[in-house]
Structure formats: C-alpha cells, structure tokens
Design a protein around this ligand. Structure first.
Ligand SMILES: [Fe+2]
Ligand SMILES: [Fe+2]
Length: 246
C-alpha cells in the first residue's frame, strides 16, 4: 500500500503502536528486549510502530540540516555543536573549520555515540567537501593526543569520562598517526581545539546564525535529508523515524 507516513491518514492512526528498542541500545545493559512479549500482544488494533511517532516533533517533508538540530538532536549535543562552531567562528577560523565544528559530533545527536567521529563523517560526507568530512572523522582519534604547537592538551574531561588509567586502543593510535601525517591534519586539529571548552549549559546559541555558512558548505539535497539517493539517506531517515520496527 502506498501511504505517506507523514500523512494523518496513515493507516496506523488510532491504533496502539508498540516500540521495540534498538538492539544496540540494549546489548550489555541487562535490559530485556521484550521481543517475545511484544509480538504476542499484536492484534488488528495493536501494531508495531512505523512512521511518525506522535511523541516526537514532526519533521518537514524535505528536512534540512538545521531541522535535525531543532527537532531531533538531544540538548547536550545540540548545544555542544553550536558552541564549538561559534567558538571557531569568533576565533576567525575558515568556514571549513566552522562547518566541521558544527558537524563534528553529529552522530551523537540522535543516532549513535560509539565511534562517533567515524559515524558523523559518514553521515555528512555526501554533502560537504572531502576535507570537512575527513576533519570530522579524524577529530575523534586526534582528541587523545596533544599538540603543543597550537596549545592543544589531552582533555581534562577525558580523565573524568574514562578514568586516568584509560588505555587508548590501537585503532585510535593508528588513525591519529595517519591524521598527523596528512595534509589536512590542521583542519581536524582545529576542530579538536574548538571542541575543548564547549560544554556551557547556560549559553544559548541561535542555530540560524550558521545559515550562511551552511549554505556555502553543506549541499542540502532538494528531496530533503533522508530522501535523496545518497548512500547515507537511510541514516537520516532513521533519525526521522527512530522507532520504526523495520
Ligand atoms: Fe567528538
Ligand atoms: Fe565534541
């Protein structure tokens, strides 16, 4: 059946819709996935969630980057991205650095935290320059290594997050070394530099101040993020409809 999940006439309207949590969010937590009991509840008036979940703000039909900031991203990540980008903007950084700062942790907003630099780079790669996507990916490994030449130190926050005896994994060491030797090293390094002091919960930044930078550095697809034919469209759709059963 052809039905638009944005349409109020979507056939699931009026039915009880069950949400099964993402398997990845449950692994290792001891929380049951309730798969069996949920499937046992199904009947003509009780179905699995598909399409718009009324508990979430409705996204426009052709969503743009800032719609995800306003309507989907968790507050902490939203503030952090905006504050990092503003810091870079105020420091007179080139637009590619400001853009990379605005996107650097984007997967944490509403998708996934593990290996967030790699996921974030993949999410935005079709829409930004190769250099911006590269800087986003490599900010993750570079965060663990100091660069005195620009005044970047190992983040105090990482001692708190991981403990003082945290052992940096081999793939992070390897990728930081790759980044260090690359011609775009400084672009990614500047992302880590403006990433450092960006967790002030009292500072409100209007995302619209980045409209022009986004306009020049992020190719919004005409169909909207999630509905173009790029290899990452499904990742944006997953954030639009995060509770879809399949
Ligand atoms: Fe990060
Ligand atoms: Fe960050």
């Amino acid at each position: 059946m052809d039905a638009d999940p944005h349409d109020d006439g979507w056939p699931q309207a009026g039915r009880t819709r069950l949400i099964m949590k993402q398997p990845l969010a449950l692994l290792g937590t001891g929380e049951p996935n309730e798969e069996g009991s949920m499937l046992a509840r199904l009947d003509p008036e009780t179905v699995m969630m598909m399409g718009d979940n009324p508990a979430l703000p409705r996204m426009p039909k052709a969503p743009r980057l800032l719609d995800f900031f306003r309507l989907r991203f968790q507050d902490l990540t939203c503030r952090h991205l905006l504050q990092s980008a503003k810091l870079a903007l105020d420091a007179g950084m080139e637009e590619k650095v400001v853009m990379a700062c605005l996107l650097h942790d984007i997967s944490n907003g509403a998708l996934i935290r593990s290996d967030h630099g790699y996921w974030s780079a993949q999410l935005v790669a079709p829409y930004v320059s190769e250099e911006v996507a590269w800087a986003v990916q490599y900010h993750q490994p570079l965060r663990y290594f100091a660069d005195e030449s620009v005044g970047y130190r190992y983040p105090d926050g990482y001692h708190r997050f991981f403990g003082p005896d945290y052992c940096i994994p081999d793939y992070i060491r390897r990728d930081a070394a790759i980044a260090r030797a690359h011609r775009w090293y400084m672009t990614s390094r500047l992302v880590t530099l403006h990433d450092l002091y960006s967790f002030d919960p009292t500072v409100e930044i209007d995302p619209e101040i980045f409209t022009d930078v986004i306009g020049r550095n992020f190719r919004e697809p005409a169909e909207g993020l999630g509905f173009d034919t790029s290899p990452v469209a499904h990742m944006w759709r997953t954030m639009i409809w995060p509770n879809n059963f399949l």
